[in-house]
Design a protein around this ligand. Structure first.
Ligand SMILES: Nc1ncnc2c1ncn2[C@@H]1O[C@H](COP(=O)(O)OP(=O)(O)OP(=O)(O)O)[C@@H](O)[C@H]1O
Length: 248
């Protein structure tokens, strides 16, 4: 099927029969999925469920084994990130020897849509010294710089792979609040993977739950949880059931 001919081709992500097989086996299987615009998507699932693999496929850093996907109507071609997409990987790769100023300068050089004032504003808001070398920053400060780099590109889709993992509870709250504000005011679709389900409540309005490389549940939270079950509980209930069925 020609995905580009779909009428809804400008949606952030459309995946059809998407699969990725590594030498050890399938990391993602038969994934058909739509990420609607202007959602903050919780991408959740147990360790090894395929969350990072799905993000890698959306960025184009990984090639699908089966099926295909479009990102704003384009097929990721492995030629670098889509101009409308920012990706913050789990390891938050930044140049340790660069100062924050130099890091943002690199962002400006490599992104035609870069907004320097906005990126600086995000760093200043986090009280991170612009002259400090990245290697000397705390985990939380590095996350804020990485986030400024990702948002400074003014993306339409922001992919965040466990961005909160090395933050203290207060910093997690601040980063999530910043994210929600920026996403809502700038009209950014966010895909956020996390294991801390409770934190995603009130933040994410769309859920994609992976289990064993397959989509177990996907959709807007208010539709999936008509009885008002909180997102975390909803996801955990489905994960428990899937694990029990697997063990039976
Ligand atoms: N480069 C790779 N080579 C071989 N197998 C891989 C590779 N990357 C991931 N896998 C395997 O694919 C499966 C899915 O991994 P993935 O990292 O996508 O899961 P995840 O949901 O992000 O996990 P976690 O929550 O632990 O970060 C796992 O079984 C993993 O071991």
């Amino acid at each position: 099927m020609n995905l580009r001919s779909q009428p809804d081709q400008a949606l952030p992500v459309i995946a059809q029969g998407l699969g990725k097989k590594y030498r050890r086996g399938w990391a993602l299987r038969e994934t058909s999925l739509v990420v609607p615009r202007n959602r903050i998507v919780a991408l959740v699932g147990p360790n090894g469920a395929g969350k990072s693999t799905l993000m890698g496929l959306i960025t184009g850093l990984l090639r699908p084994t089966t099926g295909g996907l479009t990102v704003f109507g384009d097929r990721p071609a492995g030629k670098g990130l889509h101009p409308a997409v920012s990706y913050l990987a789990q390891q938050k790769p930044l140049y340790q020897q660069f100062t924050v100023t130099e890091t943002l300068r690199l962002g400006a050089r490599t992104n035609p849509t870069w907004n320097q004032d906005y990126a600086e504003h995000l760093v200043e808001q986090a009280a991170v010294p612009m002259g400090a070398k990245v290697g000397t920053l705390s985990g939380g400060q590095r996350t804020r710089v990485a986030l400024a780099l990702a948002l400074g590109k003014r993306p339409s889709l922001l992919l965040l792979d466990e961005p909160l993992a090395d933050l203290d509870p207060l910093a997690r709250e601040t980063v999530l609040r910043t994210l929600v504000t920026e996403a809502r005011t700038q009209g950014i679709t966010v895909v956020l993977s996390s294991h801390v389900l409770a934190e995603l409540e009130g933040v994410c309005d769309h859920l994609v739950l992976l289990h064993n490389g397959r989509v177990l549940l996907a959709g807007d939270v208010n539709r999936l949880s008509a009885d008002g079950t909180p997102l975390g509980e909803l996801a955990l209930n489905h994960m428990r059931r899937a694990a029990q069925e697997e063990a039976a």
